[in-house]
Design a protein around this ligand. Structure first.
Ligand SMILES: [Mg+2]
Length: 233
């Protein structure tokens, strides 16, 4: 059987940080620009961290620059370490994630990796908090591209660097909670797997036309059957 590459989104697909990411970004933005609420109009769902920053700067009337982004990123990553450690009633690992990753991790025909809009260090802070970081061999992150649609190709080339083998796009699965996750799989030719554990309902995600759609990741048999080519919508 051919190798399959599974690319998991982080926020609201694997984990709910209990708002730690948004709080850390708000603190970083406020430290740089004052208490301007620059971020409050910005939608985070499925966006890359640098895309969120660019939109916040636009609302605030400031121009993006590499220097501003590095200053913001450094502060955000520091605050995130503190914010993720705080108690919050919404903070949790999404249903079924741990047993699913445990099972998939046993299989030599499956490579687990990340495809996320988080900067790599932020993804690591969040996933290490929940003891999930170790499952993933590599990832495509916001450090690689601020446009999410470019990330599947980055992940595929990283797979090739690591394994010495190419991977056909139809053996790549992009798993995420937003229409943006679904949309980034399509131009690459990857299969999209939507999970309704985020801000989008099952029916909203269905409208984005994913290849597969689940309420959450708790139905392991359905997920394993999907990898065998069954259960397509
Ligand atoms: Mg997400």
């Amino acid at each position: 059987m051919g190798m399959k590459l599974l690319l998991f989104d982080v926020d609201l697909t694997l984990i709910n940080s209990g708002g730690a990411g948004r709080r850390a970004m708000s603190r970083a933005f406020t430290e740089l620009f004052g208490n301007t609420n620059g971020l409050h109009k910005v939608s985070f769902a499925g966006r890359t961290d640098p895309a969120i920053l660019r939109e916040a700067l636009e609302h605030h009337g400031d121009e993006w620059s590499e220097v501003i982004q590095e200053a913001f990123k450094r502060r955000y990553l520091e605050y995130l370490v503190h914010e993720i450690a705080r108690n919050h009633e919404d903070k949790h690992v999404e249903p079924g994630v741990e047993p699913l990753l445990d099972t998939l991790n046993q299989r030599s025909d499956i490579t687990l990796a990340l495809l996320t809009g988080n900067w790599r260090a932020g993804a690591r802070t969040k996933l290490e908090h929940f003891s999930l970081w170790h499952y993933f061999e590599f990832g495509a992150f916001a450090d690689d591209a601020w446009i999410r649609n470019e990330l599947p190709a980055v992940a595929a080339s990283r797979f090739e660097e690591n394994s010495g083998h190419g991977i056909a796009p139809e053996n790549v699965y992009v798993i995420g909670d937003t229409p943006r996750d679904v949309a980034c799989a399509q131009p690459f030719g990857a299969r999209s797997v939507a999970v309704a554990t985020g801000l989008y309902s099952y029916s909203q995600l269905k409208a984005a036309n994913p290849d597969f759609l689940y309420h959450d990741l708790s139905n392991m048999n359905a997920f394993l059957n999907m990898l065998e080519g069954k259960n397509e919508i």
